[in-house]
Design a protein around this ligand. Structure first.
Ligand code: ATP
Length: 328
């Protein structure tokens, strides 16, 4: 292997820079050149790239975002897109491509693989932690801390104004972030897809615990953490429905893109360093269509094609406990 390409794709995640750094430093150690494609797969389609030397990755391990930029790339969904991307890789003599992103990005990588003669390796980078084959994804730990910081602050204002707050967190169709942030933030209720779909015509199981809390404890603040896509019309519509049902003002706070930003926490820097370095080792070992993952403390390759199977469950112990104490 003489030359590898790297790109960051999909939603950006804190720690993507640390992964790029590890890839470049590990490749340099093995006398392998690295080319960085800009704006995810768009860089492949538009031949927008730059050589990545070790000095390019100085002083980036602590930075959020990604120096290569990230993007969604509709062009890759066309018939011509993946063929075109593969042609760029052949033209630039890229022996292997490393894609840092979520399972959507890995589906894009698989589409390119149909036309590409080289190797393709994935590195899981998404705050959603919804990728099979690695216990944690790069960015999740930082996003959890960001969400907690916000929940703690909202608690203060909820307490002062005696309001009910719905805090909506990201996660696509996974409740990983919502469950963890809800538990660690001491939320009174947690709503996430794994607990089953919400029926707008039957919200009594949410309303009753709020009423109990008000009657029994005279509770001043009440926080419900909601995973995005949990309610038709979004969290604002749910807040309105609850306000009408309970008679206490219920506000929705949608954290949104704040969760993607910020300097990666230590755990994300370490994970990104390990998975980035391991991805290069997988390339050197001749692996193809594998994702670099860490399961139970062991680095392992995992078939890219299975990363979106959604077989990784949210922590069953926490789910059971949350249900036992009646807070979901
Ligand atoms: P995150 O979940 O953190 O946002 P992701 O990698 O899952 O990250 P997506 O938007 O699902 O994000 O995918 C990123 C890009 O991957 C898409 O914009 C598209 O270019 C490519 N892609 C996704 N699915 C496919 C597919 N089935 N065929 C070709 N390309 C795809």
């Amino acid at each position: 292997v003489k030359r590898i390409g790297v790109l960051t794709s999909g939603g950006d995640a804190p720690g993507m820079n640390a992964a790029i750094r590890a890839i470049v430093l590990t490749a340099a150690h093995h006398q392998i050149d690295v080319v960085g494609f800009k704006h995810g797969f768009i860089g492949l389609l538009q031949q927008d790239y730059q050589p990545l030397m070790t000095h390019h990755v100085d002083n980036i391990i602590q930075r959020g975002g990604t120096i290569l930029k990230s993007a969604r790339c509709p062009g890759l969904h066309t018939v011509e897109g993946p063929r075109h991307a593969a042609a760029t890789l052949h033209e630039l003599n890229i022996d292997a491509l490393i894609v840092v992103g979520g399972d959507g990005s890995f589906r894009g990588a698989l589409a390119i693989a149909e036309h590409y003669q080289g190797q393709i390796i994935g590195v899981p980078g998404t705050i959603d932690n919804d990728v099979d084959g690695s216990d944690m994804t790069i960015g999740y730990a930082t996003a959890l801390d960001t969400a907690l910081d916000a929940i703690d602050k909202i608690r203060d204002t909820a307490d002062a104004f005696e309001r009910i707050f719905l805090v909506e967190l990201m996660g696509r169709h996974s409740g990983y972030l919502a469950l963890a942030a809800g538990i660690a933030g001491g939320a009174e209720q947690i709503i996430c897809p794994e607990f089953g779909p919400l029926d707008p015509h039957n919200l009594q199981h949410i309303i009753t615990p709020i009423q109990h809390a008000q009657l029994l404890r005279g509770k001043a603040s009440y926080i419900i953490v909601v995973a995005e896509n949990s309610y038709p019309g979004g969290s604002s519509a749910l807040a309105e429905a609850l306000t009408n049902a309970v008679g206490v003002e219920c506000r929705a706070c949608i954290l949104g893109h704040i969760q993607r930003g910020g300097s990666p926490v230590g755990a994300d820097r370490i994970l990104a360093t390990k998975l980035g370095a391991f991805a290069v080792e997988l390339v050197i070992n001749g692996e193809h269509l594998q994702m670099a993952g860490e399961v139970s403390g062991t680095l392992q390759g995992y078939p890219l094609a299975k990363t979106g199977d959604r077989s990784k469950a949210i922590d069953p112990y926490l789910v059971r406990w949350q249900q036992q104490i009646g807070r979901n």
